[in-house]
Design a protein around this ligand. Structure first.
Ligand code: GLN
Length: 475
Protein backbone atom coordinates (compact mmCIF):
# COMPACT_ATOMS: atom_id res chain seq x y z
CA UNK A 1 0.00 0.00 0.00
CA UNK A 2 1.39 3.38 -1.01
CA UNK A 3 -0.34 5.86 1.28
CA UNK A 4 0.17 8.73 -1.18
CA UNK A 5 -1.91 7.01 -3.82
CA UNK A 6 -4.88 6.37 -1.54
CA UNK A 7 -8.24 8.04 -2.10
CA UNK A 8 -11.50 7.62 -0.20
CA UNK A 9 -12.71 5.30 -2.92
CA UNK A 10 -9.61 3.10 -2.78
CA UNK A 11 -9.67 2.84 1.00
CA UNK A 12 -13.35 1.85 1.03
CA UNK A 13 -12.54 -0.82 -1.58
CA UNK A 14 -9.63 -2.00 0.56
CA UNK A 15 -11.94 -2.39 3.58
CA UNK A 16 -14.49 -4.27 1.48
CA UNK A 17 -11.86 -6.65 0.10
CA UNK A 18 -10.18 -7.07 3.51
CA UNK A 19 -6.87 -5.74 2.20
CA UNK A 20 -6.38 -3.86 5.46
CA UNK A 21 -8.32 -3.11 8.62
CA UNK A 22 -9.53 0.31 9.71
CA UNK A 23 -7.11 0.23 12.65
CA UNK A 24 -4.22 -0.43 10.28
CA UNK A 25 -5.18 2.52 8.10
CA UNK A 26 -5.57 4.90 11.03
CA UNK A 27 -2.23 3.77 12.47
CA UNK A 28 -0.45 4.31 9.16
CA UNK A 29 -1.80 7.85 8.93
CA UNK A 30 -0.76 8.72 12.48
CA UNK A 31 2.74 7.35 11.84
CA UNK A 32 3.02 9.61 8.84
CA UNK A 33 1.65 12.64 10.68
CA UNK A 34 4.05 12.14 13.57
CA UNK A 35 6.98 11.77 11.22
CA UNK A 36 6.32 14.78 8.99
CA UNK A 37 4.00 17.17 10.81
CA UNK A 38 6.86 18.83 12.73
CA UNK A 39 8.08 20.12 9.34
CA UNK A 40 4.65 21.03 7.92
CA UNK A 41 2.77 22.18 11.07
CA UNK A 42 -0.65 21.47 9.62
CA UNK A 43 -2.03 19.59 12.67
CA UNK A 44 -2.35 21.57 15.90
CA UNK A 45 -4.34 18.99 17.89
CA UNK A 46 -4.10 15.23 17.46
CA UNK A 47 -6.90 12.89 18.55
CA UNK A 48 -4.95 9.66 18.34
CA UNK A 49 -6.43 7.79 21.25
CA UNK A 50 -10.03 8.61 20.33
CA UNK A 51 -9.42 7.80 16.67
CA UNK A 52 -7.84 4.42 17.42
CA UNK A 53 -10.67 3.50 19.76
CA UNK A 54 -13.17 4.44 17.09
CA UNK A 55 -11.22 2.41 14.51
CA UNK A 56 -11.33 -0.65 16.76
CA UNK A 57 -15.06 -0.30 17.24
CA UNK A 58 -15.57 0.10 13.51
CA UNK A 59 -13.41 -2.95 12.72
CA UNK A 60 -15.90 -5.03 14.73
CA UNK A 61 -18.76 -3.55 12.72
CA UNK A 62 -16.86 -4.17 9.52
CA UNK A 63 -16.65 -7.88 10.34
CA UNK A 64 -20.38 -8.13 10.91
CA UNK A 65 -21.92 -5.67 8.49
CA UNK A 66 -19.24 -4.77 5.94
CA UNK A 67 -18.84 -1.16 4.81
CA UNK A 68 -22.21 0.18 5.85
CA UNK A 69 -21.67 3.94 5.59
CA UNK A 70 -20.37 6.25 2.82
CA UNK A 71 -17.30 7.44 4.78
CA UNK A 72 -16.85 4.33 6.87
CA UNK A 73 -13.43 4.45 8.58
CA UNK A 74 -12.19 7.38 6.45
CA UNK A 75 -9.50 9.48 8.20
CA UNK A 76 -10.30 13.18 8.12
CA UNK A 77 -8.99 16.42 9.60
CA UNK A 78 -10.97 19.51 10.58
CA UNK A 79 -10.01 23.15 10.23
CA UNK A 80 -9.81 24.39 13.80
CA UNK A 81 -12.85 26.61 13.32
CA UNK A 82 -15.20 23.62 13.42
CA UNK A 83 -16.59 23.06 16.91
CA UNK A 84 -15.89 19.55 18.14
CA UNK A 85 -17.42 18.10 21.28
CA UNK A 86 -14.76 17.57 23.94
CA UNK A 87 -11.95 18.47 21.53
CA UNK A 88 -10.20 21.83 21.75
CA UNK A 89 -11.31 24.34 19.10
CA UNK A 90 -9.08 27.40 18.91
CA UNK A 91 -9.64 29.17 15.56
CA UNK A 92 -5.80 29.14 15.68
CA UNK A 93 -6.01 32.11 18.05
CA UNK A 94 -4.61 32.52 21.55
CA UNK A 95 -7.96 33.95 22.56
CA UNK A 96 -9.52 30.47 22.37
CA UNK A 97 -6.40 28.53 23.33
CA UNK A 98 -8.20 26.68 26.13
CA UNK A 99 -11.68 26.46 24.66
CA UNK A 100 -13.34 23.05 24.41
CA UNK A 101 -16.83 23.14 22.91
CA UNK A 102 -19.65 21.11 24.46
CA UNK A 103 -21.12 20.18 21.06
CA UNK A 104 -20.25 19.24 17.47
CA UNK A 105 -20.89 21.56 14.56
CA UNK A 106 -23.51 20.20 12.15
CA UNK A 107 -20.91 19.31 9.52
CA UNK A 108 -18.79 17.38 12.01
CA UNK A 109 -21.87 15.55 13.27
CA UNK A 110 -22.82 14.60 9.71
CA UNK A 111 -19.32 13.42 8.86
CA UNK A 112 -19.17 11.29 11.99
CA UNK A 113 -22.63 9.90 11.30
CA UNK A 114 -21.36 8.94 7.83
CA UNK A 115 -18.52 6.96 9.44
CA UNK A 116 -15.57 9.38 9.18
CA UNK A 117 -12.82 9.17 11.80
CA UNK A 118 -11.42 12.49 12.97
CA UNK A 119 -7.63 12.48 13.34
CA UNK A 120 -7.35 16.00 14.70
CA UNK A 121 -7.68 19.74 14.25
CA UNK A 122 -5.90 21.71 11.59
CA UNK A 123 -3.96 24.94 11.60
CA UNK A 124 -5.27 28.04 9.82
CA UNK A 125 -4.89 31.80 9.85
CA UNK A 126 -6.34 32.95 13.19
CA UNK A 127 -10.12 33.47 12.78
CA UNK A 128 -9.60 32.60 9.08
CA UNK A 129 -8.08 36.01 8.40
CA UNK A 130 -5.46 35.63 5.72
CA UNK A 131 -4.30 34.09 2.47
CA UNK A 132 -1.08 32.39 3.53
CA UNK A 133 -1.56 30.55 6.82
CA UNK A 134 1.02 32.81 8.48
CA UNK A 135 -1.47 34.62 10.74
CA UNK A 136 -1.85 31.57 12.98
CA UNK A 137 -0.92 31.98 16.65
CA UNK A 138 0.44 28.41 16.46
CA UNK A 139 3.06 29.15 13.79
CA UNK A 140 2.75 29.07 10.01
CA UNK A 141 1.87 25.96 8.01
CA UNK A 142 4.45 25.06 5.36
CA UNK A 143 3.69 24.06 1.80
CA UNK A 144 4.47 20.32 1.42
CA UNK A 145 5.66 21.00 -2.16
CA UNK A 146 8.38 23.33 -0.91
CA UNK A 147 8.64 24.06 2.78
CA UNK A 148 9.99 27.55 2.18
CA UNK A 149 6.68 28.51 0.60
CA UNK A 150 3.21 29.21 1.97
CA UNK A 151 0.48 26.61 1.33
CA UNK A 152 -2.12 29.37 0.92
CA UNK A 153 -4.74 30.31 3.48
CA UNK A 154 -6.67 30.65 5.47
CA UNK A 155 -7.39 26.87 5.42
CA UNK A 156 -3.65 26.24 5.28
CA UNK A 157 -3.55 23.14 7.47
CA UNK A 158 -6.45 21.51 5.64
CA UNK A 159 -4.85 21.89 2.21
CA UNK A 160 -1.37 20.95 3.42
CA UNK A 161 -2.69 17.86 5.25
CA UNK A 162 -4.45 16.50 2.19
CA UNK A 163 -1.45 17.29 -0.04
CA UNK A 164 0.94 15.62 2.43
CA UNK A 165 -1.32 12.53 2.69
CA UNK A 166 -1.91 13.05 6.43
CA UNK A 167 -5.66 12.58 5.83
CA UNK A 168 -7.90 11.64 2.92
CA UNK A 169 -10.06 14.74 3.29
CA UNK A 170 -10.30 17.88 5.39
CA UNK A 171 -12.91 20.53 6.05
CA UNK A 172 -12.35 24.21 5.32
CA UNK A 173 -14.12 27.53 5.21
CA UNK A 174 -14.14 29.99 2.33
CA UNK A 175 -15.11 33.59 3.06
CA UNK A 176 -13.07 35.16 0.29
CA UNK A 177 -11.10 32.27 -1.17
CA UNK A 178 -9.78 30.34 1.81
CA UNK A 179 -10.58 26.95 0.32
CA UNK A 180 -9.86 27.63 -3.35
CA UNK A 181 -6.56 29.45 -2.85
CA UNK A 182 -4.84 26.85 -0.64
CA UNK A 183 -6.23 24.07 -2.87
CA UNK A 184 -4.61 25.78 -5.83
CA UNK A 185 -1.28 26.17 -3.99
CA UNK A 186 -1.10 22.50 -2.94
CA UNK A 187 -2.38 20.49 -5.96
CA UNK A 188 -5.58 19.49 -4.13
CA UNK A 189 -9.28 19.75 -4.99
CA UNK A 190 -11.20 22.36 -2.97
CA UNK A 191 -14.89 23.19 -3.13
CA UNK A 192 -16.53 26.39 -1.95
CA UNK A 193 -20.22 25.50 -2.20
CA UNK A 194 -23.09 27.91 -2.84
CA UNK A 195 -23.79 30.13 0.19
CA UNK A 196 -26.30 28.24 2.33
CA UNK A 197 -25.71 24.83 0.73
CA UNK A 198 -23.79 23.57 3.79
CA UNK A 199 -24.64 24.47 7.39
CA UNK A 200 -22.46 27.00 9.24
CA UNK A 201 -23.85 25.94 12.61
CA UNK A 202 -21.02 25.46 15.09
CA UNK A 203 -18.35 26.85 12.78
CA UNK A 204 -16.66 29.91 14.30
CA UNK A 205 -17.90 32.78 12.17
CA UNK A 206 -15.69 35.08 10.18
CA UNK A 207 -18.08 37.15 8.02
CA UNK A 208 -21.51 35.59 8.21
CA UNK A 209 -22.91 36.73 4.85
CA UNK A 210 -19.85 35.40 3.01
CA UNK A 211 -18.79 32.26 4.93
CA UNK A 212 -19.14 28.99 3.01
CA UNK A 213 -18.30 25.61 4.44
CA UNK A 214 -16.48 23.20 2.14
CA UNK A 215 -13.71 20.65 1.91
CA UNK A 216 -10.47 19.44 0.40
CA UNK A 217 -9.72 16.07 -1.19
CA UNK A 218 -7.25 14.59 -3.63
CA UNK A 219 -9.82 13.88 -6.32
CA UNK A 220 -13.02 15.41 -7.64
CA UNK A 221 -14.90 12.18 -7.03
CA UNK A 222 -13.97 12.14 -3.34
CA UNK A 223 -15.04 15.77 -3.08
CA UNK A 224 -18.46 15.03 -4.54
CA UNK A 225 -18.84 12.13 -2.14
CA UNK A 226 -18.30 14.42 0.85
CA UNK A 227 -20.72 17.08 -0.35
CA UNK A 228 -23.35 14.32 -0.53
CA UNK A 229 -22.96 14.05 3.25
CA UNK A 230 -22.55 17.67 4.32
CA UNK A 231 -25.00 19.52 2.03
CA UNK A 232 -28.58 20.21 2.96
CA UNK A 233 -30.97 22.10 5.16
CA UNK A 234 -30.20 22.38 8.86
CA UNK A 235 -32.71 23.56 11.43
CA UNK A 236 -29.85 25.18 13.38
CA UNK A 237 -28.81 27.44 10.48
CA UNK A 238 -31.65 29.51 9.05
CA UNK A 239 -29.55 30.46 6.01
CA UNK A 240 -29.28 26.86 4.79
CA UNK A 241 -31.28 26.14 1.66
CA UNK A 242 -34.33 23.90 1.44
CA UNK A 243 -33.29 22.90 -2.10
CA UNK A 244 -33.06 19.14 -2.43
CA UNK A 245 -29.53 17.71 -2.46
CA UNK A 246 -28.79 15.73 -5.62
CA UNK A 247 -26.47 12.73 -5.65
CA UNK A 248 -23.33 14.57 -6.72
CA UNK A 249 -21.69 11.36 -7.95
CA UNK A 250 -24.40 10.50 -10.42
CA UNK A 251 -23.46 12.68 -13.39
CA UNK A 252 -19.71 12.92 -12.88
CA UNK A 253 -19.00 10.82 -15.94
CA UNK A 254 -21.18 12.69 -18.38
CA UNK A 255 -18.37 14.62 -20.02
CA UNK A 256 -18.49 18.25 -21.05
CA UNK A 257 -19.21 18.13 -24.79
CA UNK A 258 -21.22 21.14 -25.88
CA UNK A 259 -21.01 22.98 -22.56
CA UNK A 260 -20.43 26.70 -22.86
CA UNK A 261 -17.57 27.83 -20.65
CA UNK A 262 -16.87 31.53 -20.17
CA UNK A 263 -13.45 33.14 -19.68
CA UNK A 264 -13.82 36.51 -17.93
CA UNK A 265 -11.53 38.93 -19.68
CA UNK A 266 -11.08 40.92 -16.45
CA UNK A 267 -9.43 37.86 -14.82
CA UNK A 268 -6.66 37.45 -17.35
CA UNK A 269 -5.15 40.88 -17.77
CA UNK A 270 -1.56 41.33 -16.69
CA UNK A 271 -2.34 44.65 -14.99
CA UNK A 272 -4.05 42.75 -12.16
CA UNK A 273 -0.64 41.54 -11.05
CA UNK A 274 -1.06 38.31 -12.97
CA UNK A 275 2.16 36.32 -13.24
CA UNK A 276 3.04 34.91 -16.62
CA UNK A 277 3.42 31.36 -15.26
CA UNK A 278 -0.14 31.44 -13.96
CA UNK A 279 -1.45 32.82 -17.22
CA UNK A 280 0.30 30.13 -19.25
CA UNK A 281 -1.06 27.35 -17.03
CA UNK A 282 -4.50 28.86 -17.37
CA UNK A 283 -4.23 29.02 -21.16
CA UNK A 284 -3.24 25.35 -21.21
CA UNK A 285 -6.30 24.53 -19.13
CA UNK A 286 -8.53 26.35 -21.61
CA UNK A 287 -7.04 24.27 -24.43
CA UNK A 288 -7.72 21.05 -22.52
CA UNK A 289 -11.34 21.96 -21.90
CA UNK A 290 -11.74 22.90 -25.52
CA UNK A 291 -10.27 19.56 -26.55
CA UNK A 292 -12.79 17.82 -24.29
CA UNK A 293 -15.58 19.42 -26.32
CA UNK A 294 -16.47 22.55 -24.38
CA UNK A 295 -17.18 25.73 -26.26
CA UNK A 296 -14.97 28.53 -24.90
CA UNK A 297 -16.49 32.00 -24.90
CA UNK A 298 -14.96 35.28 -23.77
CA UNK A 299 -17.21 37.05 -21.27
CA UNK A 300 -17.06 40.22 -19.23
CA UNK A 301 -17.63 40.78 -15.51
CA UNK A 302 -17.18 44.54 -15.61
CA UNK A 303 -17.47 45.25 -11.88
CA UNK A 304 -14.62 42.90 -10.96
CA UNK A 305 -12.39 45.91 -10.38
CA UNK A 306 -14.46 46.88 -7.32
CA UNK A 307 -14.44 43.44 -5.75
CA UNK A 308 -11.41 43.79 -3.46
CA UNK A 309 -12.50 47.23 -2.21
CA UNK A 310 -16.04 45.99 -1.69
CA UNK A 311 -14.96 42.77 0.06
CA UNK A 312 -12.49 44.53 2.35
CA UNK A 313 -15.30 46.74 3.66
CA UNK A 314 -18.13 44.22 4.04
CA UNK A 315 -15.94 41.47 5.48
CA UNK A 316 -14.23 43.53 8.24
CA UNK A 317 -17.60 45.07 9.12
CA UNK A 318 -18.97 41.60 9.80
CA UNK A 319 -15.72 40.50 11.45
CA UNK A 320 -15.87 43.42 13.90
CA UNK A 321 -19.36 42.40 14.86
CA UNK A 322 -18.61 38.65 15.12
CA UNK A 323 -15.39 39.05 17.10
CA UNK A 324 -16.99 41.38 19.65
CA UNK A 325 -18.25 38.28 21.47
CA UNK A 326 -14.71 37.12 22.18
CA UNK A 327 -13.10 40.30 23.48
CA UNK A 328 -14.26 39.78 27.07
CA UNK A 329 -14.38 43.53 27.52
CA UNK A 330 -17.35 43.31 29.85
CA UNK A 331 -15.34 40.96 32.06
CA UNK A 332 -12.36 43.22 32.58
CA UNK A 333 -10.27 41.96 29.64
CA UNK A 334 -8.82 43.97 26.81
CA UNK A 335 -8.17 43.08 23.18
CA UNK A 336 -4.48 42.33 23.59
CA UNK A 337 -4.92 38.60 22.93
CA UNK A 338 -6.02 39.32 19.38
CA UNK A 339 -3.24 39.27 16.76
CA UNK A 340 -2.43 42.24 14.53
CA UNK A 341 -4.61 41.10 11.65
CA UNK A 342 -7.72 40.63 13.82
CA UNK A 343 -7.13 44.03 15.42
CA UNK A 344 -6.74 45.61 12.00
CA UNK A 345 -10.07 44.15 10.85
CA UNK A 346 -11.88 45.06 14.07
CA UNK A 347 -10.75 48.67 13.67
CA UNK A 348 -11.59 48.84 9.97
CA UNK A 349 -14.99 47.26 10.47
CA UNK A 350 -15.88 49.39 13.45
CA UNK A 351 -15.00 52.47 11.42
CA UNK A 352 -17.01 51.50 8.33
CA UNK A 353 -20.07 50.70 10.46
CA UNK A 354 -19.97 53.82 12.60
CA UNK A 355 -22.34 56.77 12.37
CA UNK A 356 -21.51 59.07 9.51
CA UNK A 357 -19.38 56.46 7.72
CA UNK A 358 -21.95 53.69 7.39
CA UNK A 359 -23.57 55.18 4.29
CA UNK A 360 -20.30 56.25 2.74
CA UNK A 361 -18.59 52.87 3.14
CA UNK A 362 -20.75 49.94 4.21
CA UNK A 363 -23.84 50.89 2.24
CA UNK A 364 -21.80 51.77 -0.87
CA UNK A 365 -19.98 48.44 -0.64
CA UNK A 366 -23.30 46.60 -0.39
CA UNK A 367 -24.49 48.41 -3.51
CA UNK A 368 -21.32 47.42 -5.35
CA UNK A 369 -21.87 43.86 -4.13
CA UNK A 370 -25.25 43.81 -5.86
CA UNK A 371 -23.66 44.95 -9.11
CA UNK A 372 -21.04 42.20 -8.86
CA UNK A 373 -23.77 39.63 -8.30
CA UNK A 374 -25.74 40.99 -11.25
CA UNK A 375 -22.67 40.60 -13.46
CA UNK A 376 -22.75 36.87 -12.72
CA UNK A 377 -26.54 36.64 -13.15
CA UNK A 378 -26.16 38.12 -16.60
CA UNK A 379 -23.39 35.82 -17.82
CA UNK A 380 -25.21 32.76 -16.45
CA UNK A 381 -28.52 33.83 -18.01
CA UNK A 382 -30.40 30.62 -18.86
CA UNK A 383 -31.34 31.62 -22.41
CA UNK A 384 -28.10 33.01 -23.83
CA UNK A 385 -25.47 32.78 -21.09
CA UNK A 386 -22.63 30.38 -20.39
CA UNK A 387 -22.99 27.22 -18.28
CA UNK A 388 -19.89 27.89 -16.18
CA UNK A 389 -16.81 30.08 -15.95
CA UNK A 390 -13.19 29.12 -15.56
CA UNK A 391 -10.64 31.47 -14.10
CA UNK A 392 -7.29 31.50 -12.37
CA UNK A 393 -7.50 31.17 -8.58
CA UNK A 394 -4.64 33.43 -7.58
CA UNK A 395 -2.79 35.89 -9.80
CA UNK A 396 0.52 34.57 -8.47
CA UNK A 397 2.28 31.31 -7.67
CA UNK A 398 2.65 30.40 -3.98
CA UNK A 399 5.01 32.91 -2.40
CA UNK A 400 7.83 32.48 0.10
CA UNK A 401 7.05 32.47 3.81
CA UNK A 402 7.50 36.00 5.13
CA UNK A 403 7.26 37.65 1.73
CA UNK A 404 3.90 39.40 2.18
CA UNK A 405 3.20 39.04 5.86
CA UNK A 406 4.21 42.61 6.67
CA UNK A 407 2.35 44.08 3.73
CA UNK A 408 -1.37 43.46 4.31
CA UNK A 409 -2.44 45.26 1.14
CA UNK A 410 -0.25 43.04 -1.00
CA UNK A 411 -1.68 40.01 0.78
CA UNK A 412 -5.27 41.22 0.19
CA UNK A 413 -4.60 41.51 -3.55
CA UNK A 414 -4.07 37.76 -3.81
CA UNK A 415 -7.83 37.43 -3.26
CA UNK A 416 -8.77 39.40 -6.36
CA UNK A 417 -10.15 36.41 -8.31
CA UNK A 418 -11.78 34.60 -5.40
CA UNK A 419 -13.79 37.16 -3.41
CA UNK A 420 -16.28 37.74 -6.23
CA UNK A 421 -17.80 34.27 -5.79
CA UNK A 422 -18.36 34.95 -2.07
CA UNK A 423 -19.88 38.36 -2.73
CA UNK A 424 -22.27 36.76 -5.24
CA UNK A 425 -22.86 33.60 -3.18
CA UNK A 426 -22.03 31.28 -6.09
CA UNK A 427 -20.05 28.01 -5.88
CA UNK A 428 -16.45 27.54 -7.01
CA UNK A 429 -14.33 24.42 -7.41
CA UNK A 430 -10.56 24.65 -7.48
CA UNK A 431 -8.82 21.82 -9.32
CA UNK A 432 -5.12 21.14 -9.99
CA UNK A 433 -4.01 22.54 -13.36
CA UNK A 434 -0.29 21.89 -13.39
CA UNK A 435 3.01 23.14 -12.05
CA UNK A 436 5.25 26.12 -12.66
CA UNK A 437 8.70 26.42 -11.07
CA UNK A 438 7.83 23.10 -9.36
CA UNK A 439 4.94 24.74 -7.49
CA UNK A 440 1.29 23.78 -7.99
CA UNK A 441 -1.18 25.99 -9.88
CA UNK A 442 -4.94 25.50 -9.83
CA UNK A 443 -7.89 26.83 -11.79
CA UNK A 444 -11.35 27.54 -10.45
CA UNK A 445 -14.63 26.58 -12.06
CA UNK A 446 -17.49 28.91 -11.12
CA UNK A 447 -21.18 28.35 -11.80
CA UNK A 448 -24.63 29.68 -10.96
CA UNK A 449 -26.12 29.11 -7.49
CA UNK A 450 -26.53 25.39 -6.71
CA UNK A 451 -24.56 24.23 -9.76
CA UNK A 452 -22.14 22.08 -7.74
CA UNK A 453 -23.11 19.00 -9.74
CA UNK A 454 -22.04 20.71 -12.96
CA UNK A 455 -18.80 22.00 -11.42
CA UNK A 456 -17.89 18.46 -10.34
CA UNK A 457 -18.68 17.19 -13.84
CA UNK A 458 -16.37 19.73 -15.46
CA UNK A 459 -13.70 19.21 -12.79
CA UNK A 460 -13.86 15.44 -13.21
CA UNK A 461 -13.48 15.60 -16.99
CA UNK A 462 -10.52 17.95 -16.60
CA UNK A 463 -8.93 15.79 -13.92
CA UNK A 464 -9.26 12.58 -15.95
CA UNK A 465 -7.63 14.30 -18.91
CA UNK A 466 -4.77 15.91 -16.99
CA UNK A 467 -4.13 13.47 -14.11
CA UNK A 468 -2.27 16.04 -11.97
CA UNK A 469 -3.82 14.42 -8.89
CA UNK A 470 -1.34 11.58 -9.37
CA UNK A 471 1.58 13.88 -8.45
CA UNK A 472 2.58 14.04 -4.80
CA UNK A 473 5.10 16.18 -2.95
CA UNK A 474 8.33 14.65 -1.62
CA UNK A 475 8.33 15.27 2.10
N1 GLN B 1 -7.88 35.93 2.26
C1 GLN B 1 -9.18 36.41 2.54
C2 GLN B 1 -9.18 37.25 3.79
O1 GLN B 1 -8.17 37.29 4.45
C3 GLN B 1 -10.17 35.27 2.62
C4 GLN B 1 -10.24 34.63 3.94
C5 GLN B 1 -11.22 33.49 3.98
O2 GLN B 1 -11.77 33.09 2.96
N2 GLN B 1 -11.46 32.99 5.18
O3 GLN B 1 -10.16 37.85 4.12
Amino acid sequence: MNIEELTIEKVLDGYRNKKFSITEIIQVYFERIKKYNPQINSFITLCEEEALQEAKRKDELLKNEGVSLPLFGIPMGLKDLFSTKDIKTTASSEVLEDYTPPYDSTVVQRLKDAGAIILGKLNCDAWAHGSSGENSDFGPTKNPWNKEYVPGGSSSGSAASVAASFVLAATGTDTGGSIRLPASFTNTVGLKPTYGRVSRYGVIAMASSLDSIGHFTKTVRDNALILNITAGNDMFDATTSQNPVPNYLENLNKGIKGLKIGIPKEYTTKEKGMELDVLLTFENAIKKLNKLGAEIIEISLPHTEYSIACYYIIQPSEVSSNLARYDGIRFGNDRSYFGDEAKRRIMLGTYTLSAGYYDAYYKKAMQARTLIKQNFDKVFDASNGVDAIIAPVSPTLPWKLGEKVNDPLKMYLSDVFTVTANLAGIPGLSVPAGFAKELPVGIQILGPHFSEELLFRIGFAFEQETEFYKSNPKL
